[in-house]
Design a protein around this ligand. Sequence first.
Ligand code: SER
Length: 320
Amino acid sequence: MNSKKILIIGASGQIGSELSLKLRELYGNDNVVASDIKEGNEELMSSGPFEIADATDQPRIEALIEQYKITDVYLMAAMLSGTAEKMPMKAWDLNMNSLFIILNLAKEKKIEKVYWPSSIAVFGPTTPKQDTPQTTIMEPSTVYGISKQAGERWCEYYFNKYGVDVRSIRYPGIISYKTLPGGGTTDYAIEIFHEALKTGTYTSFLSENTSLPMMFMEDAIKATIDIMQAPAENIKVRSSYNLAAMTFTPKELASEIKKQMPDFKISYVPDFRQAIADSWPASIDDSEAKKDWNWDFEYDLEKLTTAMFEGLKVNAVKEN
Ligand code: SER
């Protein structure tokens, strides 16, 4: 018997939209309430309950939790690295206050379980760049990274002090074709596919040899559901788990694209996001996630490239 009632906050976003559909498939449409400050895509809006809600509006979030008798919350609302640099205070307000609202509701036992994503942005220029360990130097130099680092500390604190069952993953750049991301540094690896199909060319805002950890959406969703379904005693890390799939540079991605589209052309005009990327790891050691809850990925660069082209072509057919 399924007694779960799930609320997703930030359900219209890049990860939230696909996560909501997967959770509806697993737990039943009526048991998964999607919410966001803005409406989402057609599939999200029509497949189950949807509520407009601001993640920082505590009375509204609390009312939804009461109304739907919510047990588990997935807090996916956040301002990403690029956008957060342009509005630091707004980013801090959204990223931190939304988390406190949920952690406090869990502390008061109004919900049972919380998922909150962290990011590779918690690392900084002084962090070892290759195979970045789970526990290492963390001096994030971006607004987004500072908020995620602080959030991780608070998650662990609420677990230790109040027994809040909060679980978290440090996502690498997430690559997907269904919903566009909102202002991240890793977004070039999505834009490149859209532009390749539209114009056959792309101007990257990161330089050709910028290595970043990346993951295909399907793997990210699987990781999110796996960590939430794992027995509580297996979750040894209560700040956030390192997670990895592949690492590539804009140049390496472009040559993979060229295999499928020989005339594709790329040029490089780095902007302010180059400094953000330069402060992040190139690759991640995720052995703790593998050990504690059997994490493994499926998509490498080649598989990801094929899946992106196929997905975007299907989308284009649907839109016409
Ligand atoms: N994809 C995110 C960003 O670039 C990293 O978590 O902001």
